[in-house]
Ligand binder design. Structure first.
Ligand code: CO
Length: 161
């Protein structure tokens, strides 16, 4: 495995629609493994492929050991419910934090690294992390949704997406 360089804003790859994954091969598996190692190394709770300079619909999320690692390939949001405001950060925006409103619940259909389709339901911070990463795959950055910027001193044990 390898730790990949993180693409920081501003960069065009962060603001474009990513391409759908059609080939589920060793190269995809290696990218997912490298993305995981890169996320852990940077203390992130999620990472999207464009953040490592790959414009494809691939993202990973791991908010804690309990939920485990979620590999989202070609994810589609099927349903959302409720609303919640919480602080977000992003590995592509070092030192930037802000409050973002997102649905409290999300139901997503995606494929795993072997191409099998599955459905995942998540709520609260898990839903938030998933939606933040899916936004990346459409070139949407959390800064476009921040309603209030938060200073680093206000944060307590906060993790980045
Ligand atoms: Co992000």
């Amino acid at each position: 495995m390898a730790i990949l360089p993180i693409v920081e804003y501003p960069n065009d790859i962060l603001i474009k629609e990513c391409e759908k994954v059609t080939i589920f091969d060793e190269q995809l598996a290696k990218l997912l493994d490298d993305m995981y190692e890169t996320m852990v190394e940077n203390d992130g709770v999620g990472l999207a492929a464009p953040q490592v300079n790959v414009a494809k619909k691939i993202a990973i999320v791991e908010i804690d050991e309990e939920t485990g690692t979620l590999e989202l390939i070609n994810p589609v949001v099927l349903e959302t419910k409720g609303s919640d405001v919480d602080i977000e950060g992003c590995l592509s925006f070092p030192g930037v934090y802000g409050e973002v409103e997102r649905p409290y619940f999300v139901k997503v259909e995606a494929q795993d690294r072997d191409g099998n389709t599955y459905v995942v339901e998540a709520e609260d911070f898990f839903a938030r992390a998933i939606l933040h990463e899916i936004d990346h795959l459409h070139g949407v950055l959390f800064t476009s949704k921040i309603t209030r910027y938060v200073e680093e001193e206000e944060l307590e044990g906060y993790e980045e997406e």
